[in-house]
Design a binder for this molecule. Structure first.
Ligand SMILES: [Zn+2]
Length: 425
């Protein structure tokens, strides 16, 4: 694997073609339909919309699991969370599973990550592997506890500084992770796409207005980052780890539901040779790693489960099974060990326009083309479809048996920070 990577890197070097920079630009908890590029009517994202206007925009991308750790691990390894055992936050990617940053580093890239969710800290995610710089520092204190998320302004400041100081003789792989849209949501002064003061809004609207303000604030600071990137020979892959339910289906948050509000994510790619277009192909979290490597001409990792969305043909009838394992992390190791053995709390399969959710009180079947908000359960009306989709989930479960991986021990600081983010119980 190492040799193969080096060979390809040498071939590229020998061909005189300069290797491209690759930027993995991620926003935590950013649902697709709150961005202008995905049809949102409020002006939350002028910067991302402009970036999307020169990108291939995937209109139908879903995450594997609506949880930060599992989702990012699936994106950066191209394996389903259940097959590596990383179905919950706080379970680091096992050492034997390769991650894309290692490939970039082996190929001579300068690699750096600035991440801002406590669950992505090296000890909890294991995702620092391959990064020469992995900045997950949360130095500030706010409301009397260790800050569990870092603001977009600071993320950009750090990266802009890194870009100025980096080794210009080498290409770079950069993971920029923004966190503001994650709860608790706050209204940022000067960033109010709702256009009305909070006091004039209903409680539900207030939640959405604050969430949108977080997006607009992040979008602005991502603009500063984009302005600092090299103009030539740089690919940008924008994606989110999961969405957020904002009172839809009587729920606020992301870990406990698998409706499209939490599963559908923005995903678009710009860079040399990429023509701006919309693409309705069904794509998913595990496609990210093959795509990142493909953009740089690097070989695939061992046992990848996704497709390269730029180079591979994506079948329209692709079967996408996604799942969640519920919300909180128990405080004690005993509880976490017991939890690790549990089956998913919810599973869903998406095929064509159909989506079936299992694990609730009864099966829920939706036609996403006619009912994108998943309001009308068609399970009783279409029993054959319900049966067909149930069988697809069974097949997928049999093909991808769940394994156990060791949860990281939590430090006192971890407990404090995860509690502030609402992850502990
Ligand atoms: Zn997240």
């Amino acid at each position: 694997m190492l040799l193969k990577t080096i060979t390809i890197a040498l071939l590229l070097a020998g061909s005189g073609a300069e290797q491209p920079n690759v930027v993995f630009l991620t926003v935590d908890t950013l649902r697709a339909d709150h961005l202008g590029v995905y049809g949102y009517r409020r002006d939350t994202s002028p910067v991302l919309d402009a970036l999307a206007a020169r990108s291939v925009v995937f209109e139908d991308a879903v995450c594997e699991e609506p949880q930060t750790g599992p989702s990012f691990i699936s994106m950066l390894t191209s394996r389903f969370p259940r097959v590596v055992g990383t179905t919950r936050n706080g379970v680091p990617v096992p050492a034997e599973v390769p991650v894309v940053a290692e490939s970039f580093r082996e190929a001579g890239y300068e690699t750096a990550a600035v991440v801002s969710n406590w669950n992505l800290k090296a000890a909890l995610s294991g995702l620092e592997r391959g990064f020469m710089l992995y900045d997950a520092g949360f130095m500030d204190k706010r409301i009397g506890v260790a800050e569990s998320e870092r603001g977009s302004d600071k993320v950009t400041d750090l990266i802009v500084r890194w870009l100025a100081e980096r080794d210009r003789a080498r290409p770079f792989f950069l993971w920029a992770h923004y966190m503001d849209p994650h709860g608790p949501y706050k209204m940022h002064k000067g960033f109010n796409p709702y256009g009305k003061p909070l006091r004039e809004l209903s409680p539900v609207e207030r939640t959405r207005a604050r969430y949108d303000s977080e997006i607009a604030f992040t979008d602005f600071h991502m603009g500063r980052l984009l302005g600092a990137l090299p103009k030539a020979n740089t690919f940008i892959v924008l994606v989110a780890d999961h969405g957020e339910s904002l009172h839809e289906h009587n729920y606020v948050g992301h870990t406990r539901r698998v409706y499209q509000t939490t599963m559908r994510v923005p995903f678009f790619i710009s860079g040399p040779g990429i023509k701006a277009r919309r693409d309705a192909s069904p794509v998913r979290g595990v496609d990210v790693a093959p795509t990142l490597l493909g953009l740089a001409g690097l070989p695939p990792l061992d046992r990848m489960m996704g497709l390269d969305v730029i180079r591979d043909a994506i079948p329209l009838e692709r079967v996408r099974v996604v799942e969640t394992y519920g919300g909180s992390i128990p405080r004690d190791a005993e509880g976490r060990r017991a939890l690790a053995t549990r089956p998913p709390s919810l599973q869903a399969v998406i095929v064509g326009p159909w989506k079936l959710i299992l694990g609730g009180r009864k099966p829920q079947l939706f036609n996403l083309a006619e009912d994108p908000e998943e309001r009308k359960n068609r399970a009783r009306r279409y029993p054959a479809e319900t049966q067909r989709l149930t069988a697809l989930i069974d097949v997928w479960n049999a093909a991808n048996p769940k394994v156990l991986a060791e949860a990281a021990p939590l430090s006192e600081e971890d407990v404090e920070a995860l509690d502030a983010l609402g992850y502990l119980r």
